[in-house]
Design a binder for this molecule. Sequence first.
Ligand code: ZN
Length: 167
Amino acid sequence: MSELKRYDVPMQRLLQRATPGKFPDDCWAWTGARVGRGYGQIWFFGRTQLAHRISFLLFRDEIPEGAFVLHSCDNPPCCNPAHLKLGSSLDNNRDMRSKGRAARIVGEKHPRAKLTELRAIEILEGFRLGARQVDLAEEYGVSRHVIYDLVRGRSWPHLTAEEQPDE
Ligand SMILES: [Zn+2]
C-alpha cells in the first residue's frame, strides 16, 4: 500500500472530528473524546493517541523522540496543523511558565534518538501483532536495544502507557 493510501483513513477520521473552520487561521476544535487540559484523543495504529500529535504527524512532519507538539494558539483541543509546532520539553516548560501554568517536566532521556514518533508507533503496532523484536530491529534499521527500550516503555513512555499523560 502506498504511504498516501495508508494514511488516508486516519486523515479522514481526524478531519471528521476536527473540522477546519471557515478561515485557514481558525482553530480545528476537536469534537471527540478529550483528555487532560482538553487534548483530543484519536484511535490510531491500534491505540488511543493524542489527536494534535497525530495531526502533526499526518499533515506536517515526523516528531523526534522527546519532542513536544506545542500549540501556538494556546488551545489544547485544536488540531489545525498550522497552529502546531515542535518544541523541546524546555520550550514546553517555558511556554507553560509564560502562560502561568504548571508544567509537567519530561526530560529528553534519549538525546541520541534513533526513532521518530510515527516509526515508534508503527513498531509498537507490529510488536502487538506478534512481530519479533529482532525482525523489527532489522526492518527499521535500529539496534535491538532501541526496540527493547521502546516495547518496555522506557524510551517512548507516552506511547506505551495505558493512559495518555497530560502532556
Ligand atoms: Zn488553533
